[in-house]
Design a binder for this molecule. Structure first.
Ligand code: HEM
Ligand code: MTE
Ligand code: MO
Length: 384
C-alpha cells in the first residue's frame, strides 16, 4: 500500500461538519468518518462532538468503544496520518498565573478560559445519571492551586481557640467515610436564557452549569464535633466559614460560609469530600479536599479547602457578601445594596430539556425528549 498523506492537527481541525467532511484522529492515524456519522449507534450528535480532534478523550468515557470490532470499523475510514512533529505540546507561559492549570476534556463548552469555566454539552449531561468527572461542569474564580497531598493540612477552628490540623491521612483514618450522591449547581446556570429576558452580568452559562457525582469523605459534622463544637441550640445562628487555597494577586483566598445548623445536621449530609465518583478529586474540582453541601448553591461547596472556622458571623469573603445574592427585578447595578439581601443558600426547583436542542430540526412522528429535573434544598423530585 502507498504511504498515507501526512496532516497537521490544525488541518484535521478544519473538518468538523458533514459539509467540510468529518475527520477524527486515533493515535497518529487520521480518519474521514463523514459516511459513518448517520450510522453511529450512539447518534450523530455525539460523534460530531469529537469532529476535528482526537477520539481518545471521548472513548475513555464510553467503554462500548473498547471492543476490537469498533477499531476494525474505524480502520475502513483511514485517510492519513499525523505529521511526526505534531507530538510535542506547545510550550507553557510561565508568567501566566493560569499556566499551572490542569488539562481539560475537549468536549467541555468553555465560557471563560482564565479562570476556567466550562460546562458539558447537554447531550452528554443526560447520557448518564452521574456526570463523568472529566465532564463535570467547572466554576473557578482563580487559578487552580497546586497542592501537595503529602504536606496538605486542613485547619479546623472550633470555639474557644481550640483547633485541629488534619493531614489527608488523618481525615481518612479518624472519621468514618460517608458517601452522598449530590448535584452541584452554579447560581448562574441558564443565565444565557435569563439574559434574553433582561440582560444580566456574568458568565453566559447555558443549561449545563449543573452536574451530579457520588462524593466520598468525612462528614463535616463529625470533624466539627472532634474540634469541640457542641451540638446545642445556644449557637443556633452561627456559621461555618470555609477558605480555599486558591487566592487572588493580593493573596485573598476564595471563601464562603453556611449556617452552623446545616453543618451539624446529620440529615443535611455536608461532606469534606476527598473522592468523586470513586476516584480522588480531580484538580479542577478541589484536590485534595473540598466541601460538598447538598441542595445548596455551588458557591458554598468550597474547593481546595484550607480552613474551616466556626464563627458568629458569615464569611467576610467577597463571594459571600457581595456576590451570589438575589434581588427583585427593580434593582439594577446603580441601586443595588448587597448588604440588604441574604446570601443564597438553598436553590429552588430547576429543570431543563437537553435533547432536542432549541431550534433543532426533528423528524415528524414520535420523539424522545431528554432532560433533567432537580428539587433544590436536598429534597427529592416529586413529579416532572
Ligand atoms: C456506541 C462507534 C465516536 C458515544 C457506539 C458503537 C459503535 C460506535 C460501533 C456501538 C458499540 C456496541 O454497542 O457494541 C464509534 C465510532 C466513533 C464514535 C467509530 C468515531 C469515529 C463517539 C463519540 C462519542 C460516542 C465521539 C461521545 C461523545 C457513544 C455512545 C454509545 C456509542 C454514548 C452508546 C450508545 C448507547 O448504547 O446508548 N459507538 N463511536 N461515540 N458511542 Fe460511539
Ligand atoms: N471553591 C474555591 N476554592 N474556589 C472557587 O472558585 N467556586 C465555587 C465553588 N467552590 C469556587 C469554589 C462555585 S461558584 C461553584 S458553582 C462550585 O465551586 C463549582 O464546583 P465545580 O467546579 O466542582 O463544579
Ligand atoms: Mo457558582
Amino acid at each position: 500500500t502507498p504511504p498515507f498523506p501526512r496532516y497537521t492537527r490544525a488541518e484535521v481541525a478544519q473538518h468538523r461538519t458533514p459539509a467540510d467532511r468529518v475527520w477524527v484522529t486515533y493515535g497518529t492515524d487520521v480518519f474521514d468518518v463523514t459516511e459513518f456519522v448517520e450510522l453511529h449507534p450512539g447518534g450523530p450528535d455525539k460523534i460530531l462532538l469529537a469532529a476535528g480532534g482526537a477520539l481518545e478523550p471521548f472513548w475513555a468515557l464510553y467503554a462500548v468503544h473498547s471492543e476490537p470490532h469498533v477499531l476494525e470499523l474505524l480502520r475502513e475510514y483511514k485517510v492519513g496520518e499525523l505529521s511526526p512533529e505534531e507530538a510535542a505540546p506547545p510550550p507553557g507561559d510561565s508568567a501566566d498565573p493560569f499556566a499551572g492549570d490542569p488539562p481539560r476534556h475537549p468536549a467541555l463548552r468553555v465560557n471563560s478560559a482564565k479562570p476556567f469555566n466550562a460546562e458539558p454539552p447537554p447531550e452528554l449531561l443526560t447520557q448518564s445519571f452521574l456526570t463523568p468527572n472529566e465532564l463535570f461542569f467547572t466554576r473557578n474564580h482563580l487559578p487552580v492551586p497546586a497542592v501537595d497531598a503529602a504536606s496538605y493540612r486542613l485547619r479546623v477552628e472550633g470555639p474557644g481557640g481550640r483547633a485541629l490540623s488534619l493531614s489527608l491521612a488523618e481525615l481518612r483514618r479518624r472519621f468514618p467515610k460517608h458517601e452522598v450522591t449530590a448535584t452541584l449547581q452554579c447560581a448562574g446556570n441558564r443565565r444565557s436564557e435569563m439574559s434574553r429576558v433582561r440582560p444580566v452580568k456574568g458568565l453566559a452559562w447555558d443549561i449545563g452549569a449543573i452536574s451530579t457525582a457520588r462524593w466520598g469523605g468525612a462528614r463535616l459534622r463529625d470533624v466539627l464535633l472532634a474540634a469541640g463544637v457542641r451540638d446545642s441550640t445556644e449557637n443556633g445562628e452561627w456559621h461555618v466559614c470555609f477558605e480555599g487555597l486558591d487566592a487572588d494577586a493580593s493573596g485573598t483566598p476564595y471563601g464562603a460560609s453556611i449556617p452552623l445548623k446545616r453543618a451539624l445536621s446529620a440529615d443535611a449530609e455536608v461532606l469534606l469530600a476527598y473522592e468523586m465518583n470513586g476516584r480522588e478529586l480531580p484538580r479542577d474540582h478541589g484536590f485534595p479536599v473540598r466541601v460538598v453541601v447538598p441542595g445548596v448553591v455551588g458557591a458554598r461547596s468550597v474547593k481546595w479547602l484550607r480552613s474551616v472556622a466556626v464563627s458568629p458571623e458569615e464569611s467576610p469573603s467577597h463571594w459571600q457578601q457581595n456576590d451570589y445574592k438575589g434581588f427583585c427585578p427593580s434593582v439594577d447595578w446603580d441601586s443595588v445594596d448587597f448588604g440588604a439581601a441574604p446570601a443564597i443558600q438553598e436553590l429552588p426547583v430547576q429543570s431543563a430539556i437537553t435533547e432536542p436542542r432549541p431550534g433543532a430540526a426533528v423528524p415528524a412522528g414520535e420523539l424522545t425528549v431528554k432532560g433533567y429535573a432537580w428539587s433544590g434544598g436536598g429534597r427529592e423530585v416529586v413529579r416532572v
